[in-house]
Every structure is written in structure tokens, then in C-alpha cells.
Design a protein around this ligand. Structure first.
Ligand code: 13P
Length: 254
């Protein structure tokens, strides 16, 4: 059975004090059955500079410490980069890869994303791989093809064993930070489509076991409806993950 997951992507928000306090507040209010980090029940992705402080302040056996990005190279002369190995060393278990903000503002191509995914896996962590269309693509009815290409060119190049460690997040770009979430039907349609592509490529068992998260203006008010969909296994939450109370409500929406 696949895992239900709620992951908070803090993006470039919080400072050490507020980040540690947010993490502590979330962890201390998590129900015991959600503290199953091995399978990632609840994940938080603070900015790089706060990961270590958060790892020291909370029990990271209870929450999946996640990074928002990592370098596309293993080590060496790459000024300003943070390697997958460094993230693993401070207790991270997952890394968000291919967020649309990275694709759009930092020109991360599918080729770069593939290298990152491989490094995350080689370091024993799980990639949370993001895919999703922009509004113009949806309006032109190209969203299915866009998502298929994003999967084909990155994670569908992985072996069966590697793919077994992938978490997918469908994040329609038009829904991110806009307050305009995908409807229940739109989310279910794409999630079922992604699952069908996985089944085609890796078989039914793999498709049944992969968690596919929804992201894009998911909040305490709409999470219940979105998570009620058969193929929506949780959420990747931006803005609403910055308030412990809202994030906890989302976690309790299954
Ligand atoms: P919002 O929840 O703020 O729309 O952001 C979603 C997101 O980008 C999570 O990665």
C-alpha cells in the first residue's frame, strides 16, 4: 500500500529562530502514527541554512527532513552549491527536485534534473520529483503531453529499483501561490494519468505503490477534498506549511 505524505516546502522563508520554532511546533503536535519517518509520513523542507539547526532541535526520526534542492554534481569546484552527500550527512532523507520555480528561474533542464535525481538516490535519499504544466499549456490542452515529457525525460529513465524510491508531486504552475487550486476533478484526472504512465512503464505493482502528491494552493480548507481523490496521496504545501496550525490541519485531512 502506498504511503500518504504531506510535505511542507518552506521556500525562501523563515529564519533560524522562526524555522526551528515552526519545526518544533509541528513535531510536538504530530500524532504518533504519523511519526513513521522511514516511510515519510510528514516532511518539512526548510531553507538550506536552517536544515542543521532544525535537525538538532527536533527528533528527525519523527519527521522527514527534506531539502529544497541540491547540486547536479557530486563534489568539487562548484561555488555556491550544496551536494546531495552534504544533505544526507546532516540528516536529510528527501530532496525536492524539479520544482517549477527552479525550472523557470534557474533554467533547470530535464538533463540537469536527471543528474540531481541520480545523486539523491545514490546518497540513499528520496527525490520528491515535481511536474506540472503552465496555464497556457492547459488552455491549449497540452497538459497531458507536457507532464508525460517531464516524466519521460527524467524519472522514467531510471531503473526499476531506483524508481521504487521516487515520490512524485503534481504541481500545476498556475495553481502555485495563486490561491487558485486545481479542482478535485482536475487533480484526480492528472494523478490517474500519471499512475497509468507508471503502470505502462514499470507495471501495475509499481504504479500502485508510488505516492503522487498534489501541490498548488493546497490549504487547510481544500485539503480534505483534494486528498479524498483515489489517486491523490497527499500534498506538497507551500504557503500553508508556514503556519504550524494550518499545516497540522492539512496533515489531519486524510
Ligand atoms: P503554494 O502552496 O504556496 O501554492 O505552493 C505550492 C508549492 O509550490 C509547493 O512546492
Amino acid at each position: 500500500m502506498r504511503k500518504k505524505i504531506v510535505a511542507g516546502n518552506w521556500k525562501m522563508n523563515t529564519d533560524i529562530e522562526s524555522g526551528v520554532s515552526l519545526a518544533k511546533n509541528i513535531v510536538s503536535n504530530l500524532a504518533n502514527e504519523l511519526c513513521d519517518c522511514e516511510k515519510i509520513g510528514v516532511a518539512i523542507a526548510p531553507p538550506f541554512t536552517q536544515l542543521y539547526a532544525v535537525a538538532q532541535a527536533v527528533d528527525i526520526e519523527k519527521i522527514c527532513l527534506t531539502a529544497q534542492n541540491c547540486a547536479a554534481e557530486a563534489k568539487g569546484a562548484y561555488t555556491g552549491e550544496v551536494s546531495a552527500q552534504m544533505l544526507k550527512a546532516i540528516g536529510c532523507r528527501a530532496v525536492i527536485i524539479g520544482h517549477s520555480e527552479r525550472r523557470a528561474y534557474y533554467n533547470e533542464t530535464n538533463e540537469i534534473l536527471f543528474k540531481k535525481v541520480k545523486l539523491v538516490l545514490e546518497n540513499g535519499m528520496k527525490p520528491i520529483f515535481c511536474c506540472g504544466e503552465i496555464l497556457a499549456e492547459r488552455n491549449e490542452n497540452k497538459h497531458f503531453q507536457v507532464i508525460k515529457n517531464q516524466l519521460d525525460e527524467v524519472i522514467f529513465k531510471l531503473s526499476y529499483e531506483d524508481f521504487n524510491n521516487i515520490i512524485i508531486a503534481y504541481e500545476p504552475v498556475w495553481a502555485i501561490g495563486t490561491g487558485l487550486n486545481a479542482t478535485q476533478e482536475q487533480a484526480q484526472e492528472i494523478h490517474a494519468y500519471i499512475r497509468s504512465l507508471i503502470a505502462e512503464k514499470y507495471g501495475n505493482e509499481m504504479a500502485e505503490n508510488r505516492s503522487i502528491l498534489y501541490g498548488g494552493s493546497c490549504n487547510a480548507a481544500n485539503a480534505k477534498d483534494l486528498f479524498a481523490n483515489k489517486d491523490v496521496d497527499g500534498g506538497l504545501i507551500g504557503g500553508a506549511s508556514l503556519k504550524a496550525e494550518d499545516f497540522l490541519k492539512i496533515i489531519n485531512s486524510f
